[in-house]
Design a protein around this ligand. Structure first.
Ligand code: 6R9
Length: 693
């Protein structure tokens, strides 16, 4: 068709050598997908014609301006779409990403004052959308739900802001939030932002020890939690976990004087919850008594908005710090374009607010656009594997954003659970957290989206604040498994071992040249680690920690972490964190953890353990080792496989050769490579012999 040709013509204008497109076997939407991985999947002419960015040319023009004149590009958006109490002083941004030229520094809209809560609520209400639903809440149980309009949400936020001010929380103070997906979670984030407090949400699947570690690092004035939550058929007593964490953090010199606890009645009555006089206060007893209006604390664009801890290649989690103005502009703008957002959309992101995806694309990005957002407390396969589509039909969800691990697990449960629901409201699908394999992509596209809905496979990180490489769903054809092209203002560079940028078709390490508004500004309390981890490996660039290739058409393909981080069901877990949990068991002498390919989780955790002399390996010990990791980090970090290792393959200088362990874990025994540099090559055979123990 001519439309098909229009696309092919204009593809030659895509960045980074998008060349020989016509040689590719194009697949037009609506027809069945061809089997080749590199086939193109076009958005329908209907979709493109209504899209915000509807052609490669339009993208190309905007992209060109965004990288040639970032100040002009972003200040136009910042000015026309957001409220600033005062405009930025001189420069729109200043940056130094080159360690050889001095400390790394990134600032956007410095000197401007604003408030992200004001922009997400008051500004939307003033534009006439006060009665629009901001949050649809869907509980764990069928039929359990609630909703808040923008005006109602603002009232709730203001009450909590007033309470927090009353108990002495001030601008710049940290507040730790340990809540499940109740409406109180986004409410609390927004209430902190309104008064200039810095929130640090800790995913409510983390153990008491992990929570304590984060509390000790950021020393909050208040911890906000709830008594319990039900996810699927399990009840989790969150308040008990917080109690233990507070004891643990007090031992480490950080006492928190106030624990505000929301009573989640459907999971547990307050009578069954232990409370400590003088420290524990029920949310329902105090917050509703406060006024529903609260003055905004105007903050500098570069004042901190939140801290979010993430895993790195050492045991200590990193406190990623995001500031206000740039993050606001970036999270909102990426949301709008990557999902082709329209005011009539009903948007559901299945991520938890305990991760960055829940920050940028459950709370801030969508609300800054005035969207109606679904917040789901439950588990996606409870009471059965059709729950997601039940929710899609119930709320007429138009944009559905999830993770490949969920796609794969639902795919395994069979099409029947999907096809019994209509899903006809859906128009855009999204994926995040890890590379989506082409077969999962195709199932998502063909079965869930009835071959109608473009998929935005968004590559980004806690550190980047928002999407970096992502399809714009109406703009260009997709390739299953590729995150396609960079977002506005983002300049990806693929470098080789030596840090030289490689042009054209290639593979290497993914770096980013120049800053973007949503970039993190430091690691809390450790600017040196920020510089060392992200800016020193390849001078002049931000290093993502991911491997990547670019094909002959300029499409980017993310290939996974190249550092000691494993991505389990889209959760980043440092191998060092799991190792240190394992060796804390008194009978474990040494541990080496690697990732292995896992059908549903993407990667699973494979732990080699050496025991203390004289201790025999047993089934009971195996279970206890797994339990130790669950208790120290959280259930999501539990090893899938424990492999008893009387000895580990080490070089003569004592370094564990993980390359060999990865091959053993993935049973690629004929690809072990050179083992002659090992101090004792015979341990390898011993390990292989024990593989199936
Ligand atoms: C948003 C988020 C970041 C790491 C990142 C990469 C992996 C995320 C991806 C993806 C391929 C995608 N990742 N999205 N890999 N394609 N669309 O997940 O943040 O938890 O910090 O993890 O996740 O390896 O480096 P975070």
């Amino acid at each position: 068709s001519s439309d098909h040709l229009r696309h092919m013509d204009s593809m030659s204008q895509l960045p980074s050598g998008a060349g020989n497109i016509s040689s590719l076997n194009a697949v037009i939407l609506g027809e069945s997908l061809a089997s080749e991985e590199h086939d193109l999947v076009f958005p329908s002419p209907h979709f493109s014609s209504q899209a915000l960015i509807s052609s490669p040319q339009q993208y190309q023009e905007m992209y060109k301006r965004s990288v040639e004149d970032p100040a002009g590009f972003w200040s136009d958006i910042a000015t026309s779409e957001f409220f600033w109490k005062d405009k930025w002083a001189h420069e729109v941004y200043t940056e130094n990403l080159d360690v050889s030229k001095g400390p790394i520094k990134i600032e956007w809209f410095k000197g401007a004052t604003t408030n992200i809560c004001y922009n997400a609520l008051d500004r939307i209400i003033e534009s006439g959308s006060g009665d629009k639903v901001a949050i649809y809440w869907e509980g764990n149980e069928l039929g359990q739900d609630g909703k808040l309009t923008y005006s109602e949400l603002l009232n709730k936020v203001c009450q909590l802001s007033n309470y927090l001010k009353h108990v002495g929380v001030k601008k710049g103070d940290a507040v730790v939030i340990y809540l499940p997906m109740l409406m109180e979670l986004p409410i609390t984030m927004l209430a902190c932002a309104r008064i200039g407090a810095v929130h640090s949400v800790v995913f409510a699947g983390f153990s008491a020890e992990s929570l304590a570690q984060r509390i000790v690092d950021c020393k909050p004035r208040v911890v906000i939690t709830c008594n319990a939550v039900r996810r699927g058929s399990k009840a989790i007593h969150l308040k008990e976990i917080v109690d233990n964490a507070l004891v643990e953090s007090a031992k480490n010199g950080v006492s928190v004087g106030l624990c505000l606890t929301c009573e989640n009645q459907s999971a547990m009555k307050r009578e069954a919850t232990k409370c400590q006089d003088g420290r524990d206060i029920w949310w329902q007893d105090v917050v509703p008594q406060y006024p529903t209006e609260c003055e905004v604390e105007w903050v500098d664009s570069e004042d901190p908005l939140f801290l979010l801890y993430t895993s790195g290649s050492t045991g200590k989690p990193k406190g990623v710090l995001h500031t206000t103005g740039g993050y606001m502009v970036y999270s909102a703008t990426t949301f709008k374009y990557a999902f082709d957002y329209k005011p009539s959309d009903i948007y559901w992101c299945t991520a938890d607010c305990g991760w960055i995806t829940g920050h940028s694309y459950v709370t801030y990005g969508p609300l800054l656009n005035g969207a109606s957002v679904i917040v789901f407390e439950g588990a996606p396969n409870y009471p059965n594997s059709g729950r997601c589509w039940d929710i899609v039909d119930k709320y007429k969800v138009t944009i559905f954003y999830t993770a490949p691990t969920l796609v794969r697990s639902l795919m395994r449960d069979g099409n029947e659970y999907v096809t019994r629901y209509s899903r006809k409201s859906l128009r855009v699908l999204g994926s995040v957290g890890e590379p989506i394999n082409p077969s999962a992509w195709k199932w998502f596209y063909n079965v869930v989206g009835d071959s109608r809905c473009p998929i935005s496979d968004t590559w980004w990180q806690t550190e980047t604040g928002g999407f970096m490489i992502t399809p714009l769903p109406g703009a260009w054809p997709q390739k299953p498994g590729s995150a396609t092209f960079p977002f506005f203002g983002v300049q990806p560079v693929i470098v080789d071992e030596k840090g030289n940028g490689i042009e054209g078709e290639c593979s290497g390490y993914l770096c980013i040249k120049n800053s973007w508004p949503g970039a993190f500004r430091t690691l809390y309390g450790d600017h040196e680690r920020y510089e060392t981890t992200y800016f020193k490996p390849f001078t002049g660039y931000y290093f993502s920690g991911d491997g990547c290739s670019r094909d002959k058409d300029g499409y980017y393909w993310l290939t996974g972490r190249v550092d000691d981080v494993i991505n389990v069901s889209g959760h980043r877990i440092g191998t060092a964190e799991v190792e240190s949990a394992l060796v804390s068991h008194p009978q474990c002498a040494e541990a080496a953890v690697v990732g292995f390919e896992h059908e549903v989780k993407g990667q699973g955790i494979y732990a080699f353990v050496t025991l203390v002399d004289g201790i025999p390996y047993s089934e009971e010990l195996r279970k206890n080792l797994i339990l130790t990791v669950r208790n120290q980090i959280g259930a999501f970090a539990a090893p899938d496989k424990i492999h008893w290792a009387p000895g580990l393959p080490k070089t003569r200088s004592g370094k564990i050769m993980r390359r060999i362990l990865r091959k053993i874990a993935s049973r690629q025994l004929d690809e072990l490579g050179d083992i002659s540099t090992l101090a004792d090559p015979s341990v390898v055979e011993q390990l292989i012999a024990l593989s199936d123990s």
